[in-house]
Design a protein around this ligand. Sequence first.
Ligand SMILES: NC(=O)c1ccc[n+]([C@@H]2O[C@H](COP(=O)([O-])OP(=O)(O)OC[C@H]3O[C@@H](n4cnc5c(N)ncnc54)[C@H](OP(=O)(O)O)[C@@H]3O)[C@@H](O)[C@H]2O)c1
Length: 328
Amino acid sequence: MTHPTVSLTTAAGTPVKRLGYGAMVLEGYYGAFEDAQADAVLGRAVDRGLMIDTADAYGNGHNETLVAGAIAGRRQAAYVATKFGIVFDPDGTGTDLPTGWGFSLKINGTPAYVDQCVEASLGRLGTDYIDLWYAHYPDPQVPIEETVGAMARAVEAGKVRHLGLSNVTAEQVRRAQAVHPIAAVQYEYSLWRREAETDLLPTLRDLGVALVAWSPLGAGFLTGTVDSLPEGDFRHVNPRFTGDNLAANLDRFAPLRDLAAGLSITPAQLALAWLLHQGGDIYPIPGTRKAARVDENLAAAAVTLPADVLAQINVLMAPGTARGATLM
Ligand SMILES: NC(=O)c1ccc[n+]([C@@H]2O[C@H](COP(=O)([O-])OP(=O)(O)OC[C@H]3O[C@@H](n4cnc5c(N)ncnc54)[C@H](OP(=O)(O)O)[C@@H]3O)[C@@H](O)[C@H]2O)c1
């Protein structure tokens, strides 16, 4: 069974902008950060009408409380996406999921945990509904039909408007979609990680499901501003930023910086505009800790890339250009 396409709109009926905002960066993974600064950045993202992407696991629940502050008093105009499924309570139960980067995540997709998470997220977000609610990772021990079946009950109860999945295979999306309409799938997609194009994206298009692109700036690499990492930065576990790989990648992606300069836009804008040119169903959610960069990134939505530039990018930064293993 397939379902009609779910369009991403706010509760007030406004279509969601193609460029969103990822709030994970506000939790210190990219370096220490103060809540007062976070409020200014999130406030700007909500002012601009951007889809706000958070998760219960970001900052162990703290990120959702930051989002609560930004949407207070203007809930109807905002579009809030959150996720559940990564167990951040050290005493909580779940299935071990090795990431391939030297650490494991603990995942819980059981119906009882689903029920518990929706209430917890609503409480932290200070709202009575979530616009888009994702399973962060599928639980390897729980059939996806069971997880989505429980998520569907939250929709029926009016606690959630749209359902999403994250870090899933094409086959898992098909199985989930047979249980309840899936509005969006979140997956890493950018100029330095393009596996989604092979199998997942064609399936999403077949089913009418949007693709929300996480780490659309390659966790900052594609902005051309990262040539070393500060101490404590979580990207130290990412092989693309470590050892000889960082220098190799800087060299391989030098054309991105040159092409951007030629177009009088920033490399970040070029990376985002390229994603937006891959189809009207792609929603990149770049993260930044700087309010001015919310605007810089949003301006990418107004960039039209000439066909010859798109063709050059496809040759110079073809799939597989980046060196270093990806997450899972
Ligand atoms: N579903 C999942 O499993 C999953 C996994 C990872 C991420 N996500 C979501 O995706 C969102 C985005 O991913 P991400 O934060 O990992 O990576 P990203 O958006 O690709 O990159 C974020 C990095 O780019 C920098 N940056 C942003 N705009 C910039 C600009 N205009 N110029 C220069 N640097 C710029 C930021 O630094 P500054 O802060 O200094 O600007 C930050 O270090 C997250 O916030 C999260 O919501 C989801």
